[in-house]
Design a protein around this ligand. Structure first.
Ligand code: GTP
Ligand code: MG
Length: 403
């Protein structure tokens, strides 16, 4: 073999070796790259995930419901992390606190009423001589706490009679006696359940009414959480169409617990939004539809008529299960005047007393029930999402007079 042929053979061998190595190397790199990739997205579309956002490299006209391209099909720029198919985390749905025992958890929020009413009464009743002046002071305490004139008289008469029988009084005896008399006043026999039971044809329907700023929207949102916590499905109706912000506010509450909000155009007819909410609730097969309404002064006849209309229109579907009047506990006796007018226009079936955390006037619970003959069903004890509690007379009275 001459040197020329030898050189040719060597060069050929080197070229073959380089090609083989190159192919092998490519395979290795390729398989490494594949291994380091995250698994492809599941075949079935995830209905809890938000709609896919457009990404760089997507074609503008690609329909959103087309099957997603898998990572392998996307050109990867030199092995770096794939940019095109990053999944957005689904909107986080909160799990609200259970409702049982909420009032016990929130009892310290009643501290202002507790100091003014509970402790005040116990201190006076513990005096050695319960003379007329002391009984008058007891009356004053009750009146200042907004218990109302007639209930105050009843309580004082009851206490006087029982203290006389008792003779000497130990603090424990006094506490037990006061507890019993207060419970009598608040009422332990009434049914305070918020009626939200669906029947097979329709969801439970609840409408929330009241004057401006009492806490209607907040209460509707908190109530949705209470229901969700108890395993119910909820649709919200934003029948406050005065301000778009009102519907936004309600929708935000709904989104937090995964409840759908039905809303209408700003300035639209609240009755038709309420009607649609129940319609959608029925179609979706949810358990409860909660309708938030705009705040209105009880003195504005036009607005009160409008509220009556909302109720009548909703009742084309079915009777309302609950009409909850939201009263701000800090407004005291003025709340009673409002309550009377609202009760005339829409039959109130339950009262929600809000902002009991910010007042010493817990006695309003007694007064308002007397005024309307309608039970307090829920109480608001703060601005937090789970600061709405079912009203339980025993827990309430215990909180007032302390342990
Ligand atoms: N401290 C305290 N604040 C509350 C309570 N309930 C509601 N609020 C506050 O009261 C304010 C008014 O609440 P909203 O729910 O917007 O009142 P609204 O009745 O819907 O108001 P309008 O729709 O304007 O009539 C908000 O700042 C709430 O956080 C409560 O129980 N305690
Ligand atoms: Mg509102």
């Amino acid at each position: 073999m001459d040197t020329g042929r030898v050189m040719e053979t060597v060069i050929l061998a080197v070229v073959i070796a380089v090609v083989v190595l190159g192919v092998l190397g490519g395979l290795v790199v390729g398989s490494r790259r594949k291994k380091s990739l995250p698994p492809p997205p599941p075949a079935a579309p995830d209905i809890t995930a938000p709609p896919a956002e457009p990404h760089v490299g997507d074609e503008a006209e690609t329909p959103r419901d087309e099957p997603r391209r898998t990572i392998e099909e996307v050109d990867l720029p030199d092995g770096s992390a794939p940019p095109a198919t990053v999944e957005l985390p689904p909107t986080e749905i909160e799990v609200p606190e259970p409702t049982a025992g909420r009032l016990v958890r929130l009892r310290t929020r009643l501290s202002r009423s507790q100091n003014a009413l509970g402790k005040g009464l116990l201190t006076l009743l513990s005096r050695e001589h319960l003379d007329d002046d002391t009984w008058e002071e007891i009356e004053d305490i009750l009146l200042t706490a907004d218990v109302g004139v007639a209930p105050t008289q009843e309580l004082v008469d009851g206490l006087r009679a029982r203290v006389k029988v008792l003779g000497t009084r130990t603090p424990d005896e006094l506490r037990a006696l006061l507890r019993e008399e207060l419970l009598k006043l608040v009422g332990t026999e009434v049914d305070r359940t918020v009626r939200t039971e669906p029947d097979e044809r329709k969801p439970g329907i609840v409408m929330v009414v009241g004057v401006n700023g009492t806490g209607k929207t907040t209460t509707t949102g908190k109530l949705a959480r209470v229901l969700v916590a108890d395993g119910r499905s909820v649709v919200l109706g934003a029948a406050d169409t005065f301000r778009a912000a009102a519907a936004d506010q309600l929708q935000t509450w709904g989104e937090r617990v995964g409840a759908h909000t039905v809303r209408g155009p700003e300035g639209g007819d609240p009755a038709s939004v309420a009607f649609d909410a129940v319609k959608e609730g029925k179609e979706m097969g949810v358990d409860v539809v909660l309708i938030d309404t705009a705040g209105r002064l009880h003195t504005k006849t036009g607005l009160m008529d409008e509220l009556g209309k909302v109720k009548r229109v909703v009742e084309k579907h079915a009777p309302l299960d609950e009409v909850l009047l939201v009263l701000d506990a800090t407004t005291g006796q003025n709340g009673l005047v409002q309550a009377r007018v609202f009760a005339e226009v829409v039959d109130i079936t339950g009262i929600v007393l809000t902002k009991l955390d910010g007042t010493a006037k817990g006695g309003i619970v007694v007064a308002v029930q007397r005024e309307l003959g309608v039970p307090v069903k829920l109480i608001g004890l703060g601005e937090g999402a789970d600061d709405l509690a079912p009203f339980e007379p025993e827990a309430f009275v215990d909180a007032l007079i302390g342990d």
